[in-house]
Write a protein that binds this ligand. Structure first.
Ligand SMILES: [Zn+2]
Length: 273
């Protein structure tokens, strides 16, 4: 632990890769498997609707009120979620360095809510706090703010008129990259801008002493990405924060919950200031 602490203390920049486990301490569920989703939503089990089918592009087109029953419920959970102390501790730690950047597959927007500047966060799958046209008739995206859709929980269907595209009037959908989405159906320009920021950030920081945190990542894709980016830096230490053990050569593993780990590590930033 002492060694990890001094590595973090001496780091000049921090890069964060965060998955669903990052938000678990803010009471947002991570669906480890199919059954986890059905435990949360028994009705979908009855209706034979998996997480994948609820998060699919075709679902929005086939039955918008049913699709929005799920989106509006998720939106409500994410809107009301409070980023746990681990977020602010991590932000403080990041701010004590020359530079930092966050890459996350989470669509809950909690990094932004916790105060991370938007230009330092790349939400690779988009965000539930942004909407787009389901057609889509243009490349426009807009903020979900003020969204108010009532749900009939007996059927999981949205009751009201649904959020609509201001340009063509067709039903809107979250600007999240969903199952079945293509480059034509998902408006990726907003996310692309942050991908460009991330590329520039890597180039600016490649000679700095870097710590990469992999936090609460289950998905193999994000893990692979991290290994790929690692090669771009000269002096890098990989630290995995995950209560579930995934040991791997070349990665220091902190087997702790995210909140606990960063509240402890955050003390480094406080002691240094
Ligand atoms: Zn439209």
């Amino acid at each position: 632990m002492k060694k990890i602490q001094s590595t973090i203390e001496n780091a000049e920049a921090i890069l964060v890769f965060a998955g669903a486990g990052m938000s678990a301490d803010s009471n947002l569920t991570t669906y480890q498997d199919k059954e986890g989703f059905f435990t949360e939503y028994p009705l979908y089990k009855e209706l034979k609707k998996s997480y994948v089918s609820m998060m699919s592009y075709n679902g929005v087109l086939d039955d918008p009120h049913f699709a929005w029953g799920y989106f509006a419920h998720q939106y409500g959970l994410y809107r009301d979620a409070v980023p746990h102390e681990g977020y602010s501790a991590l932000l403080k730690l990041c701010q004590s360095k020359d530079d930092y950047f966050v890459v996350t597959t989470n669509v809950d927007g909690l990094f932004i809510k916790a105060g991370f500047p938007t230009q330092n966060v790349h939400e690779v799958h988009g965000s539930i706090h942004t909407l787009q046209c389901s057609v889509p008739c243009s490349k426009n995206t807009w903020h979900t703010k003020g969204l108010d859709v009532d749900i009939d929980y007996a059927t999981m269907r949205a009751l009201d008129s649904l959020p609509a595209c201001p340009k063509c009037g067709h039903v809107a959908r979250p600007n999240i990259c969903m199952y079945g989405d293509t480059d034509e159906s998902y408006i990726w320009e907003k996310s692309q801008k942050n991908a460009d920021n991330f590329r520039a950030w890597r180039s600016d920081n490649k000679s700095k002493k870097l710590v990469i945190f992999e936090i609460g990542v289950g998905a193999e894709g994000l893990k692979r990405h991290m290994k790929q980016y690692e090669k771009e830096f000269f002096d890098v230490t990989l630290i995995r924060v995950n209560p579930v053990l995934h040991q791997e050569n070349g990665i220091v593993h902190l087997a702790q919950g995210v909140k606990e780990a960063f509240v402890n590590l955050g003390k480094i930033a406080t002691e240094n200031n």
